[in-house]
Design a binder for this molecule. Structure first.
Ligand code: SF4
Ligand code: SF4
Length: 184
């Protein structure tokens, strides 16, 4: 009681707070002046979505729907149709980014390495519509954020399992035929 009265009378807590302020006044700041100084984003950061393209510039997605089935936020919408050669075509692939929790399950689920999360995080906007990513926007994002080697490295370095990780033991009969094909 006496101690707290002394603190109140002599403003010791205020003085110790001011002393702390004074001690740190001349130290270099720990904060950044964003957006003038951009934070360094760690490789593999989960930012805005992109739909991957192959070496010929074609969309890798085959419209199997696995990413949408895994997505806990149910924010991926895929619409497919039958093409002229009876092949499935992906007419629309859409991500409602405002619902996304950036868990990365869609990337893990995709057997074709077709959906990705880029390092781009500056996509604030004034309209809700700009957060609804269409197939065209998602493919553009691949060109913007995964151009060249970066796109090739992305799945190799950050996502497991890779296709080549999925194999059985050498004496496991059911896999031997498939493994033989891979080696050819
Ligand atoms: S990161 Fe997660 S929440 Fe976002 S689209 Fe992919 S699976 Fe859905
Ligand atoms: S992104 Fe991958 S998992 Fe999703 S529909 Fe396309 S191929 Fe299937």
């Amino acid at each position: 009681m006496k101690n707290s009265l002394m603190k109140t009378v002599f403003f010791t807590e205020i003085l110790s707070g001011l002393a702390l302020t004074f001690r740190t006044l001349f130290k270099s700041p720990v904060t950044r002046r964003y957006p003038k100084v951009k934070p360094v984003v760690a490789a593999g950061y989960r930012g805005l979505h992109a739909l991957a393209k192959d070496d010929d510039g074609k969309m890798k997605c085959v419209g199997c729907g696995l990413c949408g089935a895994y997505c806990p936020s149910q924010c991926i919408h895929i619409y497919t149709a039958e093409g002229e050669d009876n092949k499935k075509i992906v007419e629309r692939y859409e991500v409602d980014v405002l619902r996304c929790i950036f868990c990365g399950f869609c990337v893990e689920a995709c057997p074709f390495g077709a959906i990705s999360l880029s390092e781009h995080y500056e996509y604030a906007d004034y309209t809700k519509g700009s957060f609804y990513m269409t197939k065209e926007k998602l493919l553009e994002n691949w060109d913007k954020y995964f151009a060249g080697e970066k796109g090739k490295r992305y799945y190799r370095e950050f996502w497991r399992p890779r296709a080549e990780d999925l194999h059985g033991h050498d004496d496991q009969a059911m896999f031997s035929k498939i493994k033989g094909k891979v080696k050819e």
